[in-house]
Design a protein around this ligand. Structure first.
Ligand SMILES: [Zn+2]
Length: 345
């Protein structure tokens, strides 16, 4: 063993560890981004590139987030690089809605998580796992530590309900008091549940009947909600991530222009069967389908900025939209006839 001075680090499972050190593993994040560049320049198909990113690189980032307090700036840089790459692989222009990247394959997205969400989920899971640890010794140390933090905040002995209220990032009454908070896992857990709460309205709960903590995650599609209890603690990650993906899908559907087609195409899995593996899909189809769904095909009618001429370049119709080109432009009537005859024959 080497003895370390304050500020010196050693690598523990790939994470810089020591007393009062910056834990952000900059080198590892840079390596991951370099690998992402390698995937981009490889000869894989676009859907294989997305798959490789999800299978090999994202788990490496999640692992880092689980073990250390990573600063925002390098994460945001990583996020914007990944976002640009995924949009390129989907053949979308950079101004296209980013929601599609974070939505699941079943609903028509690329299923790549946003780093900020990954970070918040990792902190929430870590706090929940500690508080519900099956080992009574670990649990009692953890309970004492969290009660200590809450006591400093509200200046009285906290009940279990108070701990849940604190972790849910409540600002009511004494919980809104200034000061008393040192940066700790618990203050980070409080911040993480505030950020996630804004998106998916999840919060901590104390169940008086079973004397156990839980996390309530509302379901976006139906009015019911899920409460993750200590017995189902391994389900927390999946429940939170599902809720986040649904949040982005809802976000995109609300967009009056880019969400219009998506509202329909996200309804059935069959509409998105080609996303994970590219089966039954030609490259030409792949290049067209995402642009068409988000109305980003470079047509005169789809350009939103500036005061451009929107007329059809073939027939002078007032608005060159995708539906006009596919179904309304008389110049292509020959193709309609071929289509009609092909079906008939
Ligand atoms: Zn036309």
């Amino acid at each position: 063993m080497t003895s370390l001075e304050e500020g010196e680090v050693y690598q523990h499972l790939g994470m810089p560890t020591g007393v009062r050190v910056r834990q952000t593993p900059g080198d590892t994040i840079a390596e991951i981004l370099w690998d992402a560049g390698q995937i981009d320049s490889s000869l894989l198909t676009p859907w294989q590139k997305i798959n490789a990113l999800n299978t090999f690189l994202i788990p490496r980032i999640s692992f880092l987030l689980r073990g250390s307090a990573v600063a925002k700036v390098p994460l945001n840089t990583a996020d914007s690089t990944i976002r640009q790459l995924v949009k390129k692989w989907l053949y979308l222009p950079q101004w296209a809605s980013t929601d599609i990247i974070y939505i699941s394959h079943r609903q028509g997205g690329a299923n790549v998580p946003w780093m900020g969400d990954l970070c918040n989920v990792a902190v929430m899971i870590h706090a929940f796992r500690l508080l519900t640890c099956p080992d009574p010794m670990v649990r009692s140390i953890v309970e004492e530590a969290v009660q200590d933090v809450v006591r400093k905040r509200i200046a009285r002995t906290p009940s279990e309900q108070d701990v849940a209220t604190y972790l849910s990032s409540s600002l009511e009454a004494e919980f809104g008091r200034e000061g008393g908070d040192l940066s700790s896992l618990w203050s980070r857990a409080r911040n993480a549940s505030r950020r996630l709460g804004k998106r998916i309205s999840c919060r901590w709960k104390w169940c008086e009947e079973h004397r156990e903590p839980g996390i309530l995650v509302p379901c976006i599609k139906t009015p019911d909600h899920t409460i993750v209890t200590p017995t189902a603690r391994t389900m927390l990650e999946r429940t939170l991530k599902d809720a986040i993906r649904c949040h982005y899908a809802k976000n995109l559907k609300w967009k009056p222009d880019q969400g219009k087609v998506f509202e329909v195409s996200s309804k059935w899995d069959a509409s998105n069967h080609f996303l994970p593996g590219g089966s039954f899909t030609r490259f030409a189809d792949w290049r067209f389908v995402h642009q068409a769904r988000l109305n980003c095909v470079p047509l005169n009618g789809a350009v939103r900025h500036g005061n451009r001429d929107k007329r059809c370049r073939k027939c002078d119709y007032a608005n060159e939209t995708l539906s006009h080109v596919l179904c309304g432009c008389k110049q292509h009537s020959g193709a309609w006839r071929h289509c009609h005859n092909a079906i008939q024959n």
